[in-house]
Design a protein around this ligand. Structure first.
Ligand SMILES: Cc1cc2nc3c(=O)[nH]c(=O)nc-3n(C[C@H](O)[C@H](O)[C@H](O)COP(=O)(O)O)c2cc1C
Length: 132
């Protein structure tokens, strides 16, 4: 099973309703392809984990990379895992101005089953973006 982790910067046109639309399409496509993971969005940055059969993950990534709603995609980690580390497909969205502590807590809960490195990436990302 392939697991990919990347960060990207949302383009200016992305607002909460765009994020909802991205999530809806992702849920539909990913469940058809048996791809799971986590999408984090804080209004400015995306951080996404994708897991599934290697070819299915590559196809999803190819679509995502061509999407003009974000740019500056940086792959943080690309590895083979024995089992999924993110159970179900889910998204953590922090609307600007909402409680940062609760958000960091929620992200920590969502990544509880992930490997130490992946967990640390998400948690520190959420912490760093706390003031953003
Ligand atoms: C940050 C971000 C994450 C995305 N994640 C996924 C994803 O996990 N799965 C997916 O199919 N599409 C994802 N998309 C949407 C794709 O870029 C693309 O719009 C979509 O797959 C097209 O699907 P359709 O051909 O069914 O309309 C994402 C887009 C963005 C900007």
């Amino acid at each position: 099973m392939r697991q990919i982790l990347y960060i990207s910067t949302a383009s200016n046109m992305v607002d909460a309703s765009t994020a909802d639309a991205i999530l809806a399409v992702s849920q539909r496509n990913n469940s058809a392809d048996d791809v799971t993971g986590l999408l984090y969005f804080d209004g400015k940055r995306f951080l996404q984990a994708l897991e599934g059969e290697a070819a299915a993950v590559s196809r999803a990534l190819a679509r995502i990379e061509g999407d003009p709603r974000h740019r500056a995609i940086v792959i943080l980690s690309d590895r083979i895992v024995e089992e999924r580390e993110f159970g179900a497909w889910s998204m953590a969205y922090r609307a600007p101005g909402t409680d940062a502590d609760r958000f960091v807590e929620r992200v920590s809960t969502m990544v509880a089953g992930a490997s130490a490195n992946v967990r640390a990436t998400f948690t520190s990302f959420a912490e760093t973006r706390r003031a953003a």
